[in-house]
Design a protein around this ligand. Structure first.
Ligand code: UD1
Length: 364
């Protein structure tokens, strides 16, 4: 059986690693790794391949940045050629980035089977580009591998037959469980107590006044707790245009984007996490660290119902009071959701190799 995995952007890499590993010694399996090149900086891509032990991609499309339409179209054009050359039995796509939806659309038209890893998540917010990517990918994919049961319910509600849906657990947590012992803090002037901050969503960084409001609140709060802020490339460009005055590094430490092991160690040792990332909401829940999410909604509701996550939206008064509570030792506690156990990759491998699975295959 020939499986082709598609990755493109940073959050894909921690999801593909456990699936590649789970399948590498299974008899009769051949794997191809295709990187679209959506993320291309060394610290947004290469470092994850090294730290996660992912083999070099067999195919690299090198599409780079662009508007959503340009980026998606470029991926589709080049991916179509790659698929026609290779004709895999299954294509595996991950998460909700532009590379995910572009590859799925090409496969659906070429009648190549697609399995979507991390299917069924919904924020119910179509202003988020990722929500559109999730909706289209899940409608077109043949096999929907969900991280939690809320995902199954969302898919059933959208009319997807139960026979296509399998709840396998959270594959990104597999990578966390495997690599936590190797997590190491970055070499940087960290204080004993700090909050980890990450921001990159268009809804927070594209409007200068919203970004200014968030940054000025964090600068104020850095009086009581150091802010440690690895800055995503799109956010860095926006900050440079703003001219906000930041205090010294003891209070406000801005870093380049970090490797996986450094980011994990910072989360583990942080007093609080302030983020708009999807993956970090989940990782902080597993680690039991209080997380304040600067979004109005989340496609990962289990991090709120079971975990340490709290939605703050754009309410800066709420951010102040929630962070003050955490610093006073009254942060939200939680538990690990079911099937976040480090074995999701193995469950995916088992499902793909089930003898009944080829029945899903469409007519050529
Ligand atoms: C993408 C994903 C988002 C994910 C995020 C993680 C989509 C729609 N969005 O958003 O879901 O949470 O990745 O990082 O797919 N840039 C660089 N170097 C890089 C990559 C990007 O400088 O290696 C800059 C470019 O200016 C680019 C901008 O960042 O235009 C945005 O990159 P893009 O891949 O379009 O989206 P992200 O915001 O990274």
């Amino acid at each position: 059986m020939h499986l082709l995995h598609v990755v493109g952007a940073r959050p894909n890499f921690m999801k593909v690693a456990p699936v590649l590993r789970a399948l590498q010694h299974r008899p009769g399996v051949r794997q191809t790794l295709l990187h679209t090149g959506q993320h291309y900086d060394a610290n947004m891509s290469d470092i994850f391949f090294q730290q996660l032990g992912i083999p070099a991609p067999d195919v690299f499309l090198g599409v780079g940045s662009g508007s959503h339409a340009v980026q998606t179209a470029k991926i589709m054009m080049q991916f179509e050629e790659a698929i026609l050359d290779r004709r895999p039995d299954w294509v595996l796509v991950y998460g909700d980035v532009n590379s995910t939806v572009a590859a799925t659309l090409v496969c659906a038209k070429l009648r190549v089977q697609v399995a979507h890893v991390e299917a069924g998540l919904r924020s119910f917010d179509r202003d988020m580009p990722e929500e559109l990517n999730r909706l289209v990918t899940d409608q077109l994919a043949d096999l929907l591998l969900t991280p939690s049961h809320d995902g199954d319910q969302n898919l059933l509600r959208e009319g997807i037959p139960a026979s296509r849906i399998r709840c396998v657990g959270n594959v990104m947590i597999d990578t966390l469980v495997r690599l936590l012992p190797q997590a190491r803090l970055p070499e940087a002037p960290l204080q004993d107590r700090f909050a980890l901050v990450t921001l990159h969503r268009p809804s927070n960084v594209d409007d200068p006044e919203i970004l200014r409001g968030v940054l000025e609140t964090l600068v104020d709060l850095s009086d009581g707790c150091q802010m440690v802020f690895p800055v995503h490339p799109r956010t860095r460009k926006k900050i440079e245009e703003l001219g906000v005055l930041f205090p010294n590094e003891e209070r406000f430490l801005m870093l380049e984007p970090l490797g996986y092991l450094e980011c994990l160690a910072l989360q583990k040792h942080a007093t609080a996490v302030v983020t708009d990332s999807g993956g970090i909401q989940e990782e902080s829940t597993w680690l039991g660290v209080p997380c304040l999410t600067l979004r109005e909604n989340t496609e990962r509701p289990v991090t709120i119902s079971a975990g340490t996550n709290q939605l703050i939206g754009r309410d800066m008064v709420k951010l102040r009071s929630a962070l003050t509570e955490i610093l006073a030792g009254h942060g939200k506690t939680g538990r690990k959701p079911p099937l976040w156990d480090g074995k999701a990759g193995e469950r995916i491998a088992d499902i793909l190799l089930e003898p009944a699975q080829p029945m899903l295959r469409r007519a050529a």
